[in-house]
Design a protein around this ligand. Sequence first.
Ligand code: RTP
Ligand code: MG
Length: 155
Amino acid sequence: ILNMAGASERTFIMIKPDGVQRGVVGDIIRRFEQRGYKLVALKMLQPPKALLESHYEEHKGKKFYEPLLEYIGSGPVVATVWEGVNVITVGRKMLGATDPAKSEPGTIRGDFGIVTGRNIVHGSDSESAAKREIGLWFRPEEVSDWKHTAEKWIY
Ligand code: RTP
Ligand code: MG
């Protein structure tokens, strides 16, 4: 019996400047696609400082806040939105622990990262964060609610 446990949800996943520089954009997107999640928004941009201040407002005042803004603002990032059952929690598992030295091999950070200050990728950590972050990074019309069709698209 098919058990589609849980409702579909969306999460914000951002490939940080070091992920772009390292050439692992395709690998990260592939992992989410192969897991079975649906890509519903994607863009590359040089994030403006004001956007990063909003995105990381929970960390304002912490000692790593300024270096963090400098790091994420240092080059283009790839902003994505993914949709599917449990994608917020499962997405965070796929990323691995914040400190790549503690991330399990097989996770994105565990496979590509070494230090917390260059940890390759961001993922929303809750439903409210996901909603807030998707709204910050994308206009509504930039997020597509495309559906899988019966057409196999192979000729
Ligand atoms: P993210 O928000 O990027 O998905 O990462 P996270 O939830 O696992 O970690 P969070 O606590 O939200 O921290 C945000 C990012 O700030 C940098 N950081 N540096 N030097 C440090 O102690 C430190 N702590 C955090 C990391 O880039 C982390 O991903
Ligand atoms: Mg976080």
